[in-house]
Write a new protein. Structure first.
Length: 516
């Protein structure tokens, strides 16, 4: 996704979740879920070692598990504010697939990214995609919806029709004009007001730091002395934040598709834009070798023609069969959605060929996939939660910092740049100022933390994985050479074997392991 604060008119920010954007657009999105009819109320005794007295009631709560389609589900009560536990409470939705060999190492908590993707849905709908085929034999696999997300106490803003208007309506006037920007500002103000009105007072506390505290609560109530964790994309930032707060409680952590916690909002935005521009060039080279490609000539020629197509759609949007208009922002959303996985490139070819012929159907299918929208209904609240986290996590930057980033963006991502950001700060109207900081995380004293980077990852560029592994005192880097977002469970035996050996046996991979 794009910039967390200065976003395009309708394109969202920082890092897309694995569940929402990395699954290939095929007729079979999810692996079959095994039929399990027995539920269990059993759990290991809560681990409360080192927990402050005023927080013990949360760590000592009894969990009531119930069957939920062959899995075990429960709700965990957490403080609204970990700094003031008497302020109120929230609920965290948790799902469990018990170890199939009956003798669990412990719990393996997972997070698919976002921020805003549902960890409950990831496990319920696609267990094999989330953790592969080997790990469920030896771990209780745990999915959870972070605060603000899904079935947990959630951020609520708009109904489906309002969300359609917010995401897809095209502002009046020309791009960047006073009229255009005024419409964007009004839209952001209305959205923020709706979120505040409909979210039950939680917006101030929907932050990664608060969520990392929730993560430790889950570790404790599940009876684990240390946290074993597999986090993707934004989930790497959540995991690294946990390691910063609780280095002594780090067990076996794997952070895949890493976000560098020290980079600013502008750095995130610019680096991602360049990543997607480079991924587009790689896609174009593949497309041009196919007889069905709507472009011709060299990669440079094809990129120039794509720039022309985006500009044409920007001037003259294409009406979709459902009445929505495909402008350049929606078309760029479609492009970004397809670039998360090389196996989705054929859909990108179809979308671009269709748009060139005045047909918006495939492009909107990709954009709807990106926003988890189906038949006019949004299947989750990921868009609202995504905004809530990013507006609280990223400090506001100076105009000079923003201008410098924009200059780099224009120079290094010339096709994407005109539609990647606007002059409107998408978080300027948020009801609360940001509380997050951007800083290096060392997590001194933590057990080895495995970081995975993919060389052609457009969403979380490889350099971020290198940086995070270097920052962490116990960081260990695995490199997957290839395209697409994240590296584990993508068909690379070298990566999969190293991750599974670490999670199952504690065998630390060779730092710098390179998997071709």
């Amino acid at each position: 996704m794009t910039s967390p604060r200065r976003r395009t008119a309708r394109l969202l920010a920082v890092v897309a979740g694995v569940a929402a954007a990395s699954i290939a657009l095929t007729g079979c999105l999810f692996s079959p879920i095994p039929d399990r009819t027995q539920s269990s109320a059993t759990s290991r005794p809560a681990d409360t070692d080192g927990i402050a007295e005023d927080l013990l009631p949360f760590y000592e709560q009894d969990l009531e598990w119930s069957d939920c389609g062959g899995f075990d589900c429960t709700m965990v009560t957490a403080p609204l504010d970990w700094e003031d536990p008497e302020l109120g409470e929230i609920e965290l939705s948790v799902i469990r697939q018990r170890a199939t060999d009956g003798d669990a190492i412990g719990s393996l908590l997972t997070n698919p990214g976002g921020p805003g993707a549902s960890g409950v849905d990831l496990i319920r709908q696609s267990l094999d995609f989330a953790v592969g085929e080997v790990l469920p034999a030896s771990y209780d696999i745990i999915g959870f919806d972070p605060r603000g997300v899904g079935e947990s106490t959630a951020v609520r803003c708009y109904d489906a029709a309002q969300m359609d208007a917010y995401l897809f309506d095209i502002p009046p006037g020309t791009r960047g004009s006073a009229e255009w920007n005024a419409d964007l500002v009004a839209g952001e103000q209305a959205f923020a007001q709706a979120c505040q009105a409909n979210s039950g007072g939680i917006l101030e506390y929907v932050t990664t730091t608060q969520s990392a505290r929730d993560l430790d609560l889950l570790r404790g109530v599940l009876g684990d002395a240390k946290l074993n964790y597999l986090g993707y994309s934004y989930g790497t930032f959540l995991g690294a934040t946990y390691a910063k707060l609780f280095p002594e409680r780090v067990g076996r952590l794997v952070l895949d598709g890493a976000l560098d916690p020290s980079v600013s909002e502008s750095d995130v935005s610019t680096t991602q834009a360049i990543g997607f521009e480079n991924a587009l060039r790689t896609y174009m080279a593949s497309c041009l070798a196919d007889s069905g490609c709507p472009f011709a000539g060299s990669v440079d020629d094809a990129m120039a023609d794509l720039g022309t197509l985006l500009a044409r759609v920007d001037r003259s949007p294409i009406r979709n069969t459902d009445g929505r208009m495909l402008g350049a922002d929606a078309l760029l959303t479609a492009i970004v959605a397809a670039l998360y996985s090389e196996s989705s490139w054929s859909y990108l070819t179809a979308a671009l060929a269709g748009a060139a012929q005045g047909d918006a159907v495939t492009a909107f299918e990709l954009a709807d996939f990106y926003y988890n929208r189906s038949d006019g209904v949004y299947l989750d609240n990921s868009t609202e939660a995504f905004t809530a986290y990013n507006c609280m996590d990223y400090p506001t930057e100076t105009p000079e910092e923003q201008a410098a980033a924009s200059a780099i963006l224009a120079a290094q991502a010339p096709i994407v740049a005109p539609y990647w950001e606007s002059d409107v700060d998408g978080c300027a109207s948020w009801p609360f100022p940001p509380t997050g900081v951007r800083e290096t995380i060392t997590a001194d004293g933590a057990a080895p933390i495995v970081v995975i980077g993919t060389t052609g990852d457009p969403a979380t560029p490889y350099d971020w994985a290198v940086s995070l592994a270097d920052q962490l005192s116990s960081g260990v880097l695995i490199t997957r050479v290839g395209e697409g977002h994240t590296g584990y469970n993508k068909g690379n035996t070298c990566v999969d074997s190293a991750v599974e050996a670490y999670l199952l046996d504690g065998t630390v991979p060779e730092d710098g392991l390179r998997c071709e």
